[in-house]
Design a protein around this ligand. Structure first.
Ligand code: AMP
Length: 143
């Protein structure tokens, strides 16, 4: 199964922020959309970075709440690991586990087309296991 299967279920909604947005604004965005990370993008579809709740907790933990006035560009992760819709879900899961991050922007022709989280991946996997179990049950009862 590929990333396209996850995106066709959850949709292609992408929450982005500009690199000059303040961390306080990023917090508002995370809270409003009930998400854990925001892709930072200054040009349509281009990934400049990613910032997650972990980055914000870390900077507040070290610098205090005044850090909320700093622009996201100084806190975001600039080397972003991305995937495409054709990538295998198990490979994406392995990359997230190895890299210790829970979000991955999805690119199509080099442009942002979606974002998947480890939560989306796990939800998809559980649905797949349940479907297989159901198919196995009906196969057994038919026999
Ligand atoms: P997360 O587990 O997604 O909350 O992120 C943990 C750390 O990894 C934070 O420093 C994020 O900025 C960073 N991060 C999140 N997603 C990615 C990604 N796709 N590529 C690289 N770093 C990421």
């Amino acid at each position: 199964m590929t990333v396209a299967a996850i995106l066709s279920g959850k949709g292609h909604d992408i929450i982005t922020a500009r690199s000059d947005a303040l961390l306080s604004e990023i917090c508002e965005t995370l809270a409003k959309h009930k998400i854990g990370a925001v892709v930072v993008s200054d040009d349509e579809g281009v990934v400049n970075g990613i910032v997650s709740e972990r980055d914000i907790v870390r900077v507040i933990g070290t610098q205090g709440v005044s850090a909320l006035k700093t622009p996201v560009s100084s806190v975001m992760t600039k080397t972003v690991v991305t995937c495409t819709e054709e990538n295998n879900i198990n490979e994406v899961m392995a990359q997230m586990t190895q890299g210790r991050f829970r979000h991955m922007p999805v690119l199509k022709d080099g442009k942002l087309t979606g974002v998947i989280s480890i939560g989306d991946v796990v939800k998809f996997k559980i649905a797949q296991v349940e479907l297989e179990a159901e198919q196995m049950r009906s196969y057994i009862t038919m026999a």
